[in-house]
Write a protein that binds this ligand. Structure first.
Ligand code: GUN
Ligand code: ZN
Length: 442
């Protein structure tokens, strides 16, 4: 029926190729006056307004975004929803930060009302930031997963999430056992994986908080159901590296601990991956893993600089996506995260990240890395209709700078260096407007 048909008009950007493989102009597509027609949650047509407006008929509502830039919705490949309340906690690196701030915050999720209220706030914040898909850690409590997926299902967002597994080296009230973690995860997989747009990720927190038995059972879970994701932390901090070496003296590297348990492979997402050997990168390439680059978090906890262009080495490229990693990260905005990734690329003595490359990592590249590129990450017919509408003139400062921009690349770059939630004019999810910024009447 035509009643579910909607359209948006405005400038839009999407990718026809990977901007890490060649010149920006070969990869990035700009439709200056575009039209995107959506029905039943999918894009049915997109292209020049002049060519497509005849398809609209009389009854299709059209939202016109003037002076904006529309993109596929942003994808956050690594974030902890329960930690939103502990963002901006002072003074510690990873391991003491977890003990002092994070474990006490996550313990509050034994209370289902805390989980529901936080899930609602968190998902509303994602939409305020233009993020339409995220790979999300819940807590060790199974009800924290139910609360999250219930809210995501209500909003119609495509989310990846899972129950944290930890059976050692954490407070007793946050501990599961290898068997209870397995059983609870299996029940959640049955309840949520593939239910409308929800996808499950087997989620061992990291090697320090799981016994070899728990990692082994996590591998069994992962291989027991098609299409599952796996998410964990890898090689983030030097004290963490030393602890892993002493807990797993027989493994050849930190990554090897996960690989031995069958936790590597396509749809395995490793957060951070800062302290990596050439051998580790090669292993990730051959097994098809994804690394989540979390620049604001790595700066906030003093963890180090992710070597992006080393990871992407064309001789053995590894999939990379961006993560905000709230609560160690300092912003839920993928725009802000792209801006920090640019700074870190200079810091790491790396090649300089271009604006188009940064946008790719937050959209089409992330979708590719997560094996969801047939559904999200592009503006194209048949894709799910998840879009974000950016306003390059969102603040007086941005407007001042944007007035001098002479190219699309320059406009995108100022958006990622200066932009955050203020630059998101609207977010569309599953073919419907899910967030609209309050704009002062002119
Ligand atoms: N390593 C293990 N758990 C965590 C976490 O919650 N945040 C970060 N940044 N690193 C971790
Ligand atoms: Zn994390």
């Amino acid at each position: 029926d035509l009643h579910d048909r909607r359209a948006i008009r405005g400038s839009y950007v999407t990718f026809r190729a990977n901007p890490f493989d060649g010149p920006t102009q070969d990869a990035l597509v700009l439709e200056e006056d575009g039209l995107i027609i959506m029905e039943h949650g999918h894009i049915t047509h997109c292209g020049a307004y002049s060519a497509l407006h005849g398809l609209l008929g009389d009854n299709t509502p059209v939202t016109h975004y003037k002076d904006c830039l529309i993109s596929a919705g942003f994808i956050d490949a690594h974030v902890h929803y329960p930690q939103i309340s502990a963002i901006a906690s002072w003074g510690e690196q990873l391991l003491p930060w977890l003990e002092q701030y994070i474990f006490p915050t996550e313990a509050e999720f034994a209370n289902i009302n805390v989980a529901r209220q936080t899930a609602r706030l968190f998902l509303a914040e994602l939409l305020r930031n233009g993020t339409t898909t995220a790979a999300v850690y819940c807590t060790v409590h199974p009800q924290s997963v139910d609360a999250f997926f219930e809210e995501s299902a209500r909003l119609g967002t495509r989310m990846i999430a899972g129950k944290v597994l930890m059976d050692r080296n954490c407070p007793p009230d946050l501990q599961d056992t290898a068997q209870s973690g397995y059983d609870q995860s299996a029940a959640l997989i049955k309840r949520w994986h593939g239910r409308d747009r929800q996808l499950y990720a087997v989620t061992p927190r990291f090697a320090i908080t799981s016994t070899p038995e728990q990692l082994e059972l996590a591998g069994d879970l992962l291989h027991g159901t098609p299409g599952l994701f796996m998410q964990t932390h890898l090689a983030e901090n030097l004290d963490e590296m030393a602890a892993v070496r002493s807990l797993f003296p027989n493994n050849t590297s930190y990554l090897d601990v996960y690989a031995q348990a069958g936790l590597d492979g396509p749809r395995a997402i490793f957060g951070h991956a800062i302290h990596m050997s050439e051998h580790d990168f090669a292993h990730c390439h051959h097994s098809g893993c994804t690394l989540a680059h979390c620049p604001t978090s790595n700066l906030f906890l003093g963890s180090g600089a992710f070597r992006l262009f080393d990871a992407l080495n064309p001789d053995r490229p590894v999939h990379v996506a961006l993560g905000t990693d709230i609560g160690a990260g300092t912003s839920l905005s993928l725009l802000a995260t792209m801006g920090e990734a640019y700074k870190v690329s200079l810091m790491a003595g790396d090649t300089r990240l271009s604006a188009a490359q940064a946008l790719w990592l937050a959209t089409a590249g992330a979708a590719r890395a997560l094996h969801l590129h047939d559904r999200i990450g592009h503006i194209a017919p048949g894709m799910e209709a998840d879009l974000c509408v950016m306003d390059p003139n969102a603040t007086p400062l941005m407007a001042q700078r944007n007035a001098r921009c002479t190219s699309l690349s320059e406009r995108l770059f100022t958006l990622m260096v200066l932009g955050d939630d203020r630059a998101i004019r609207a977010t569309w999810v599953n073919g419907k407007m899910a967030y609209e910024k309050n704009v002062d009447p002119a």
